[in-house]
Design a protein around this ligand. Structure first.
Ligand code: Z5A
Length: 223
């Protein structure tokens, strides 16, 4: 596979979708072909599974069954979107990936770690991200952003969880970033979006650069 694979992780409202779009713009300016995608979803089959999970229809089946559904969606997403793009040499920037299963189902849902690891090995294999950006913000900050964006709409399956759930989620992501520091970078997501994007860009250049592009495109505001 010739392309590069970057994933974004973090709790709700930490700004993953915002930063996926900003990073994709920046990579395109630097001359890369970029595919942006998301999980659950990102391919027609996986989008159907997304609907089933986020509607809450699968919740009564338990966290183990949800882990299997996320894995099935990921398998379709990898086969139809991610691996073809990487084979073309594109950069794939994905909003959530296998770390979400590790954290939501494995740690918060208390699904047996052996099942989580086996599913990951089976489905993801060696298509692990080259870089994972873990966005970090207090649970209250993320939830307030998500609530403001949502307006009067009901939240999805996970947005209905308690504040303690979202605090544990944050701790689990911080721990993951520490344990997998060769792949992950932890980025403070409480600053303005452009400033967060600048920090992420520096990590991308540092870990995956240099790019064959003009110094002007590589620059940007100071830290
Ligand atoms: N899930 C799982 O359990 N297992 C798995 O394996 C996978 C997923 C893959 C997917 O929900 C759910 O599935 C997710 C985990 C679970 N559960 N939850 N909750 P989703 O895709 O619908 O939602 P999400 O992934 O949690 O993302 P989000 O809540 O939509 O938030 P976000 O992408 O991190 O943030 P955003 O959309 O970029 O920004 C949210 C708002 O804040 C928006 O109005 C922005 O304009 C604003 N924003 C963004 N950045 C900033 C900054 N820096 N300052 C101020 N305001 C900002």
């Amino acid at each position: 596979m010739k392309g590069r694979f970057i994933t974004f992780e973090g709790g709700e409202g930490t700004g993953k979708s915002t930063q996926v779009a900003l990073l994709a713009d920046r990579l395109r300016q630097a001359g890369m072909q970029v595919v942006t995608t998301r999980e659950p979803g990102g391919s027609p089959g996986a989008e159907i599974i997304r609907h089933v999970i986020l509607s809450g229809a699968a919740k009564p089946l338990g966290a183990e069954a949800e882990a299997m559904l996320f894995a099935a969606a990921r398998d379709d997403h990898l086969a139809h979107t991610i691996r073809p793009a990487l084979r073309r040499g594109d950069w794939v920037v994905c909003d959530r990936f296998a770390d979400s299963t590790r954290v939501y189902q494995g740690i918060l849902g208390e699904v047996d770690q052996r099942l989580i690891r086996r599913l990951e090995r089976l489905v993801v294999g060696d298509t692990m991200p080259d870089l994972t950006v873990v966005l970090d913000a207090p649970a209250e900050t993320g939830l307030a952003r998500a609530r403001a964006r949502r307006g009067h709409d009901d939240g999805d399956r996970f947005e209905g969880e308690t504040i303690e759930f979202h605090q544990k989620l944050r701790d689990a992501y911080r721990q993951l970033a520490l344990e997998e520091s060769s792949r992950c970078v932890l980025v403070n997501a409480t600053d303005a979006p452009e400033r967060v994007a600048e920090k992420i860009w520096k990590h991308v250049v540092d870990r995956l650069g240099p790019f064959e592009t003009s110094p002007v495109l590589m620059g940007g505001a100071a830290e």
